[in-house]
Design a protein around this ligand. Structure first.
Ligand code: HEC
Ligand code: HEC
Length: 201
């Protein structure tokens, strides 16, 4: 009988110790692992990422409908060019007919990039109207992000159509932080575990 009590006491104190150490384990103490998951740092970084994603320079090409948006107030694109299957427009209203390889000088001239287009019809990658939680989840899901792995997602920070957001020509407000700051926040968000705000993934 005494034996059982000792064993029981041992188990009880072990469990108590375990839960105590789990509870008090700081989320971000160690640098011993290169990509240390850290939900707090990840979610913090996503705040900066989100500010950029929902800025007009990005939302205007990531609309919920099939017409791109224009201006700092994200109104419907004049003459209503349509997304089309591949995102490059339809018939006479192909994006590339007006949007050149680089942004044109002067107010109200079309911004440009050699591959100027919207995401395709079967993978719309909508940013417009999405909450931070919805967007974080959508970005890391290969079913909604164009089949990208985490590595490809990290590399996308330097994609030409992302960088053009900071070089859109006269009269268009740049995203709220610099591209370098965005890239840093983007990579931190992903490497710390790509956590979505408001969820305990
Ligand atoms: C008939 C010419 C024409 C076509 C076709 C066209 N655009 Fe535009 N686009 C423009 C012009 C001009 C502007 C600048 C308007 C302004 O600043 O007042 C513009 C601006 C934009 C902007 C706004 C950028 C910003 O952040 O304010 C986006 C986004 C855009 N176009 C996307 C597209 C996409 C995608 C397509 C194809 C589906 C397309 N456009 C087709 C002429 C065109
Ligand atoms: C000219 C239109 C255009 C502009 C402007 C644009 N994008 Fe995109 N974006 C696209 C297209 C097209 C794709 C899909 C192509 C691909 O996945 O490689 C895409 C894909 C993405 C993806 C991958 C989607 C996902 O769910 O993982 C991210 C992230 C992204 N864009 C971020 C941005 C950011 C940030 C900005 C603003 C700084 C921006 N984009 C501005 C057209 C645009």
């Amino acid at each position: 009988m005494k034996k059982y009590i000792i064993v029981l006491a041992a188990i009880v104190s072990f469990v108590a110790l375990l839960s105590f150490s789990l509870k008090d384990h700081p989320v971000s103490d160690a640098n011993d692992e290169f990509f240390q998951k850290d939900s707090i740092a990840s979610v913090m970084a996503f705040k900066d990422v989100y500010k950029v994603l929902i800025s007009p320079r990005c939302v205007n090409c990531h609309p919920s409908g099939d017409v791109p948006l224009q201006g700092d107030d994200s109104h419907l694109h004049s003459m209503l060019p349509q997304r089309g299957k591949d995102g490059k427009g339809i018939n006479a209203m192909k994006c590339g007919n007006c949007h050149q390889a680089t942004s044109m000088e002067g107010l109200n001239q079309p911004p440009g990039h050699p591959d100027w287009h919207l995401p395709p019809a079967d993978m719309k990658m909508v940013f417009e109207g999405k909450t931070a939680e919805q967007l974080a989840k959508q970005l890391v899901n290969p079913k909604t992000n164009g089949g990208k792995t985490m590595k490809q997602l990290i590399e996308h920070a330097d994609d030409g159509l992302v960088k053009i957001g900071w070089n859109m020509g006269e009269g268009r407000t740049a995203p709220p932080i610099s591209h370098a700051e965005f890239k840093k926040a983007w990579i931190t968000w992903i490497e710390k575990g790509a956590y979505a705000p408001g969820s305990n993934k």
